[in-house]
Design a protein. Structure first.
Length: 232
């Protein structure tokens, strides 16, 4: 990853305030270069949100950072041919993983509970010349995601940061894929990772856990009856 550089200004559609003070990250994923806009100062963005009267969880700017798990999952996805594959990303944030999946040929829907994340994902997809769709919804209210299920591939990077997410995801993932689908979850070793994996094992899913860029592991999960995850 190259050092971030100042950007001339926010494109149309992005939020104002601290989120409008932007830098561009340039990442190399395999043979593809990906350019992402992100807010320069996550702390300033958080201060703005906390100054609001009773901000909801969806307002917290987890989406505004390029987390290591997102980079690792994007790199794994970029190495696959996803032509014709229907892909859903849960918690898309700035859109890195979704952009990588779309660049690999996937038919991608990027989902996040944050309106700001959806805005940045849309702009970042445009900047990289890829097409994807977005949907704003939370894991607990997945009606829009279930309407298009089953998905061929579900992607999620660093989504185990809150204890409540573990049971919600364990209940949701089997509803998003069928016996032909696959789920890839990247995690940097958060305390809830073990409980999630134990839950996956209890469901009888096949699991192939592969170390990525430290400290991230990418867990490739397949429902019962599909067989072990394929190499590659």
């Amino acid at each position: 990853m190259r050092a971030p550089r100042p950007d001339p200004g926010p494109p149309p559609g992005l939020p104002g305030g601290a989120a409008a003070d932007l830098v561009e990250e340039v990442l190399t994923l395999g043979r593809r270069e990906v350019r992402l806009l992100r807010p320069r100062d996550g702390d300033a963005l958080l201060d703005e949100v906390l100054a609001e009267e009773d901000p909801g969880d969806e307002r917290l700017p987890f989406w505004a950072e390029l987390w290591p798990s997102g980079g690792a999952l994007a790199a794994a996805v970029a190495g696959r041919d996803l032509s014709g594959v229907r892909v859903l990303e849960l918690g898309c944030g700035l859109g890195l993983v979704s952009v990588a999946a779309a660049g690999a040929g996937g038919d991608v829907v990027a989902a996040d509970q944050s309106a700001e994340a959806i805005a940045f994902t849309t702009v970042n997809a445009d900047r990289n010349g890829v097409r994807l769709r977005t949907v704003r919804c939370a894991f607990e209210r997945p009606t829009a995601l279930l309407a298009e299920a089953p998905w061929d591939l579900v992607l999620a990077a660093d989504v185990l940061y809150e204890p409540k997410n573990v049971p919600v995801l364990l209940g949701l993932l089997p509803r998003l894929v069928d016996g032909t689908g696959e789920v890839w979850v990247a995690d940097p070793g958060r305390p809830r990772e073990r409980a999630f994996l134990d839950g996956v094992d209890a469901l009888g899913w096949h699991r192939d856990s592969r170390p990525a860029a430290p400290p991230v592991t990418v867990h490739r999960l397949r429902p019962p009856g599909r067989g072990p995850a394929a190499a590659g």
